[in-house]
Ligand binder design. Structure first.
Ligand SMILES: NC(=O)c1ccc[n+]([C@@H]2O[C@H](COP(=O)([O-])OP(=O)(O)OC[C@H]3O[C@@H](n4cnc5c(N)ncnc54)[C@H](O)[C@@H]3O)[C@@H](O)[C@H]2O)c1
Ligand SMILES: [Zn+2]
Length: 351
């Protein structure tokens, strides 16, 4: 069967059609302890799920680990899953990452279907074929590229998400828009993600996912162009880790939104990214998101975190930046002084 991304709010019927085509020996549904109650019961009209074996993992990033993976593998053995069984991963990025990896490794690979249930999962984690777990405190240290036979993207599950969850997913949508065009960026900034009707949201999500899909299709194993998807993530990961160290964690996509603002300031400085668009996007991020908790005293720690980001080589700090919306430059090695100047302007514009 073709690998496909399906955008629909008729999730149960779509899943049943896919499962009918696959004719699996067994269906295993993987959820976390939140999606088990917030989402799974809303899919009770699916024939495929009625006969499924349900596997529940504890929710949260801290459970994207070997214990949960062992629990999934063990459940697959216990229900007698074989290579013709299908796993349906119903949850956020944690579930689609670990479920995809379990599917990649069980009996050298079984088919899986992703049903992302939050915005970040829908626009980012559930598409692109990266799967894995955290290991020894390192994020996504063990993993595999494994594409689902299909991803069913729906906006109907988002009603149980908080505004912060929505803003986290929106950070990645803003990134996709900036990688796409000035027009897509302007359109994205006109949308209020915390107050949007389900069907319009599904259309916005589809546009956003298509950007990632296109980039991934040209470079599935991340040897070049796929690195454009790291826009905002060198700063973003450092902001996210610093917040964690300060025991005031921020959601990934929120750190990414702040990281995008910083990346655009640096893009203006080094690549003449248009000043007007840079200011518009920074103003938009300031209006939508909580203020970043960063002072000048954090610069050393942030630079240290960026230097140790696993995407860097030889201690250099590499960035994906933009010449203009839709025109990315990858692997730009940047001087520390430029990063410090960027953080000064970032504080002026965002706080
Ligand atoms: N594979 C990739 O390309 C890729 C890309 C981006 C992120 N990721 C991974 O995704 C993870 C982060 O994603 P995430 O924020 O979705 O994490 P997550 O799966 O832990 O979800 C966040 C929280 O939302 C809950 N949730 C999900 N759907 C819900 C719903 N409909 N109603 C109520 N609660 C719901 C979850 O139970 C969880 O508590 C990280 O592990 C990251 O590494 C992977
Ligand atoms: Zn991200």
């Amino acid at each position: 069967m073709q690998k496909q991304i399906l955008f629909t709010n008729e999730v149960a019927a779509t899943l049943d059609r896919l499962v009918d085509e696959l004719k699996p020996s067994k269906v295993i549904a993987l959820v976390d302890s939140n999606t088990a109650t917030a989402v799974y019961p809303t899919l009770s009209d699916s024939r495929a799920l009625k006969g499924a074996h349900l596997v529940v993992c504890p929710a949260g990033e801290c459970n994207k680990n070997l214990n949960s993976l062992t629990h999934i593998w063990q459940s697959l053995v216990e229900v007698g899953a074989d290579r013709r069984s299908v796993m349906v991963c119903i949850g956020g990025g944690m579930i689609t990452d670990i479920g995809g990896f379990a599917a990649a490794t069980f009996k050298r690979g079984i088919p899986h279907i992703n049903i992302p249930t939050n915005l970040l999962g829908a626009v980012d984690a559930s598409v692109g074929g990266k799967t894995g777990i955290d290991f020894l405190g390192l994020k996504n240290e063990i993993g595999a590229f494994k594409s689902p036979v299909a991803t069913i993207v729906s906006s109907r599950f988002f009603a149980t998400l908080s505004p912060m969850d929505m803003l986290s997913g929106y950070g990645e949508m803003l990134k996709h828009a900036l990688l796409s065009s000035t027009q897509a960026t302007a359109e994205m900034m006109r949308c209020d993600i915390t107050d949007i009707e389900t069907e319009s949201l599904l259309k916005m999500v589809e546009k956003s996912v298509r950007v990632k899909e296109q980039i991934v299709a040209t470079d599935p194993l991340e040897t070049g162009l796929r690195k454009t998807l790291n826009l905002g993530h060198t700063f973003g990961h450092a902001f996210e880790s610093l917040a964690m160290q300060k025991e005031r964690p921020v959601a990934h996509g929120i750190a990414v939104a702040h990281g995008i603002a910083a990346a655009l300031i640096l893009s203006h400085m080094l690549l003449q990214f248009p000043s007007e668009t840079m200011h518009q996007v920074c103003r938009h991020i300031k209006e939508q998101y909580p203020s970043p908790l960063i002072t000048c005293k954090d610069y050393d720690a942030l630079i240290d975190l960026m230097r140790h980001d696993k995407k860097n080589e030889n201690g250099k700090i590499n960035f994906t930046l933009l010449k203009s919306a839709g025109e990315a430059v990858i692997n730009l090695s940047v001087d520390e002084s430029d990063i410090r100047n960027t953080l000064d302007i970032f504080q002026d514009l965002l706080q």
